[in-house]
Design a protein. Sequence first.
Lengths: 454, 252
Amino acid sequence: MDRDLLRQSVSYHGPSLFSLLKCEQSENPDFKQVVADLSKSVNQSDKDDDSPVVEQFIARKADLLFAPSWKSTTLVEEEWQEDLREPYAIMPPLEQFMEVSYEERRELFYRDVERGDLVIGRITSIRDFGFFVNLLCTAGDFERDIEDLEITGLCPVRDVPSTGNHDDPLSYYQIGDLIRAGVKDIDRYHEKLTISLYSSSLAPNLDRIKLGVISKEDLPLHYIRGEKVGSGNSDAYERLLDSSPGFSNPANVDVLLRKLGINDTRSPSLMRGLQSKHFIEDDFATAIRKKQSASWALKCVKAGVDHFKSGRHVDAMNEYNKALEIDTNNVEALVARGALYATKGSLMKAIDDFELALESCPTHRNAKKYLCQTLVERGGQLEEEEKLVTAEGLYKRAIALDDTFQEADEALQKLQMRIQVNKKIKTKTQTYFKLQLSFSRISGRKLFLCSSFL
Amino acid sequence: MQAPRSAAVAETGQLGGRGNAAAVGDSSNDTKTHFRVCRFIIETGVKLGMRSVPVATACALYHKFFQTASLEVYEPYLVAMSCIYLAGKVEEQHLRTRDIINVCHRYFHPGRDPLQLDSKFWELRDSVVQCELLILRQLNFQVSFEHPHKYLLHYLLSVRCLLNRHAWSRTPIAETAWALLKDSYHGPVCVQHRPQHLALTALYLALHTYGVQVPRGEREWWQVLCEDVTRTQIEDIMTELLQLYDMEAKCT
């Protein structure tokens, strides 16, 4: 069990939760390991009201809520980019609506800002060692309301990329320019911020973002929206949310689930009966369907075989095709159809079906047997068409499948002898012609004399 | 058109007698039946690979149906199957009746072989499709719901900004809130409150569970997210939600 989470929860709710936990989780070995540790952090609760019902719930479900495996969201480390198509409603920072105090916002900003964050501000003064920027807003996933907090960042001259010509890089900038920069360093105690215009200062998922001078159009959407929100309207958030185009996007649930890292189809539940360990793979729709399709297909194959045995080849083929429609690549259907093809003389189609069957079920006896026979038969056909090398390939395949298949062996040997003979004839003919050619370079009379020797 | 209980039961008779509602008109028995059937819907949803929103629609359809219909007249498991089928269409995650029937058949007859393509199968399929029309008529064809899910996700994003990123990443707020929301569909609470309120309650409970301290301003974070809700209302919904977990112990 996650000690830190438990500690946080217990110190929030107080000793009442602790005693409930001890009661409900007494059998839990994971809890026993942490209970001694926990008792040290039990003191008066931080919260202002009692909630016995909630505490009872926490205590009962603690084995789930504080289990390390409960934390199942996966952190999405992909490139961050402002999605201007707005697949979901992009809202201004909640701080703004809540009207969190100046001091608190400032404190929270300095507590939470980190190296590599993106900030946007306006240049207030330019010195020879760098320029100062008054922060307007944050960008990336870190959204805070900081415009009025008077937070300044210094961009030292060494963090300003040169513009190519050997001028002072700072001369490119003017007071009032909007700057997008990365946070390079933070002095939380003195509340000082150092920023940089180099992409290397940014976190990896932000480093594609262009730094430097930007225009008003490049300001993040959450800031622009925030500007338009007046203060004092208590339902401002709701109205803004409902009117955002992204809120009406039917796919926004999927987009946000991905963004937050929640897996939708196997997401956990707090109900005991819905824990994933209670689900058997065989009860799932896809597994049942597969089994069922195979069973339905088999019925068709049986009917087809009956037709075949009674000579009704067309009906048999129909049944086999039906079986394959119900269950593609059904092994029995393929073997049966292959046999039918072979009987009718479509040997190549037969071979295709048998090979496919063997792919799913390499040990299928009949598939192997029929395939071997068909290969040899086809080899014979090819030999008659003088396609000797292809035929050789087929015989070899047959032997590879079943080395006890004598016919294949014999056929291969016969073929190989034939190939050898052909080769000898070929080389003799070639030598003869080569000689002919070389003689043609010598004088005609000598040719006559030489050729009479052959 | 009526699907009197006797006929529907005869057709689903092969589905078996697990949880055949006593339907004595006793409301606590009825509540238990509804809980069990919703559990059946959610479980089936998992086995069919359904997303959360279509499952939510199926449960909402079921609850709404039985707000005006009686368990004495309609077989709840058949209604549930048809709700699943209808929800798949409404929420654009189309499901095949074959898969629904397969999963449900196995639910009632664990370990048995899948059904053959015979008259029994076609009868079941016809029942589901006919019941679907019945449900549509009972609900006046109003079958699209505003679900709390998208509200919850947007709220999660907004609240995430308020917190320190490390605190966020080590505290399972999102998954707990999502689980609480999904579990709430076991009871009629899902159709008795505004979606914003349900979403808010799930998030509130999740934050409360882990003792997360959220910054304070002139207004509380939950007052901002939903202007017309009071803390008492949130606590009431929370209580109803938590009662569902107690129900589980009594029903299963």
